[in-house]
Design a protein around this ligand. Sequence first.
Ligand code: GLU
Length: 299
Amino acid sequence: MVGRFAPSPSGRMHLGNLWSCLLAWLAARSAGGGMVLRLEDLDPDRCRQEYCDQVMRDLEWLGLDWDGPPVYQSQRTEVYAEAFRALEEQGLIYPCFCTRAERLAASAPHRSDGVAVYDGRCGRLTEAERAAFAKTRRPAWRARVPEEMIAFCDLLYGDYREDLKSDCGDFILRRSDGVYAYQLAVVVDDAAMGVTQVVRGSDLLSSVPRQLWLQERLGLPHPAYGHLPLLLAPDGRRLAKRDRDQELGQLQRRYTAQELVGRLAFAANLIDRPQAITPRELVPLFSWDKLPREDQVWQ
Ligand code: GLU
């Protein structure tokens, strides 16, 4: 069993990240598993080395450890390129010349979370049309998904299913500036790092069918998935990066590491009052059965 931390170092960690990191760590360590760290710094416009360093200091401050050296996605472009070529050879990729505005206009809202479903129009271009567009625009690259129902059983949410074509649509694997997309990188890296259990926020639940499909196409194993309910602000909103008071720098003014861990563990139903505690002390108290299934308000 190997779990993972996969933070995006685009700023300071916030409460939502800490919640996922603590529970992913507990899920792995309580099963005697390993834990690896991957810094998802693919986007050069948003990620910086200093944020990566800060993420690692913050995890250590909380009392969370990992095995082996951290993996930086920004250093793995060649590996993603290889996976991209493997999909291309299977005829599963096409260039998309739509601008963002056109993409949105060409999309129908997703049934569950309002995410747009691309209508596949660039997948129907002729060679001549492609050549004409290619003279004026650099394309993004999309996976051509089949009409296929993908089902899996989440460790917390239970059965989940999605029809790839109608619920998700052809999705982007590489941006027009050349950056490989999260969906491709995450699948390649989870396999390369030997990850067998993915624990993260339920905002990523609807990514699983795409990831399972890519794993299938690339001949990679499927990890188990557990999606955590989200932490909500006291007024019921989703916590967002822009809520500065939920950033670790601010939280550190109010709480010691053990107090913060205790509050998170209390929200996760692992202890019955928000007392100061270390992650190590929580290891024997962790169980999937105790975790709440509904989003939790942070107090
Ligand atoms: N890097 C993503 C995030 O910080 C997590 C991706 C994942 O766990 O698959 O939201």
